[in-house]
Design a protein. Structure first.
Length: 196
C-alpha cells in the first residue's frame, strides 16, 4: 500500500498514469471467485464458439497449435485493486475469429463451473482479448482460471472469465453473472463503469 499525495493541481504527483481512477496497486495477485475452483483436465478441455450457423470447436492440442502471443498488460478489478505489467501467454480472439463468420455482435462467455459474463464482440477483437493459459511464464494456476481463462484487460477484470469453455454469439447484449447482480454491462475502468 502506498499513500497517495495530492498535489496543488488536485492531481497526485505520485500517481501512476496507468492507474485508472479509484484504483490502488497491489503487490500480490488476489483470487476472486464466486464459487469453488472447478477441476478442468486439459484432456477433456474444449473451447467452443457458437454462432447462428454452427459451433466451432478446439480441443487442447488444437488450441496449442494456434498462434500464441505474449501479452504484457495491466489488470483492474472492480473491487479497486490493479496490477501493472502482468505477463501472460495465450491465443488472441482475433485468431479464434479468423474462421468464424457471424452477424451477431454480442458475446456471452461461459465458464466451467457456470460463470458467465457478457462482452460486445467489438471489445474482444483488434488485439484486445486473449484466451490465456500462462501467467508469468508458468501454466495458469487453477485458482486464477487454469487451464485457460479469458483475458480482456481493458475492461474490469470480472469480464476475464476464468476456466472459460466457450463463447456464445448473441443478437443483443444480455447480462452475465455479475452483470445480473448489479455490475455494469460494459465495465470500462477509465470511466468507472462499476455498477448500474
Ligand atoms: N469463472 C469465473 N471467472 C471469474 C470470476 C469468477 O468468480 N468465476 N471472478 C471474476 C472477478 S470478479 C475477478 S476480479 C477476476 C479475478 O481473477 P483472479 O482470481 O485471477 O484474480 O476473475 C473474474 N473471472
Ligand atoms: Mo472482480
Amino acid at each position: 500500500m502506498s499513500f497517495i499525495t495530492r498535489g496543488f493541481s488536485g492531481r497526485s504527483r505520485d500517481r501512476d498514469d496507468r492507474l485508472p481512477p479509484g484504483q490502488t496497486l497491489v503487490p500480490d495477485f488476489p483470487v476472486l471467485s464466486a464459487g469453488p475452483t472447478p477441476e478442468v483436465d486439459t484432456a477433456e478441455w474444449e473451447f467452443t464458439i457458437r454462432t447462428e450457423s454452427g459451433v466451432h470447436r478446439w480441443n487442447w492440442d488444437e488450441f496449442m497449435a494456434l498462434a500464441i502471443e505474449d501479452v504484457d498488460t495491466d489488470i483492474h478489478c472492480v473491487t479497486h485493486w490493479s496490477k501493472l505489467g502482468t505477463n501472460w501467454r495465450g491465443v488472441s480472439l482475433d485468431t479464434l475469429f479468423e474462421h468464424v463468420e457471424t452477424e451477431r455482435e454480442f458475446v456471452m462467455a461461459h465458464s466451467y463451473g457456470g460463470y458467465t459474463t457478457n462482452v460486445p464482440l467489438d471489445e474482444l477483437l483488434g488485439g484486445k482479448a486473449w484466451v490465456a493459459f500462462e501467467f508469468d511464464g508458468e501454466p495458469l494456476e487453477p485458482e486464477h482460471g487454469g487451464p485457460a481463462r479469458l483475458l480482456v484487460p481493458h475492461l474490469y477484470f470480472w469480464k476475464s472469465a476464468k476456466w472459460v469453455r466457450g463463447l456464445l454469439m448473441m443478437d443483443e447484449d444480455e447480462p452475465g453473472f455479475w452483470e445480473q447482480n448489479g455490475y455494469h454491462l460494459h465495465g470500462d475502468p477509465w470511466t468507472e463503469e462499476r455498477y448500474w
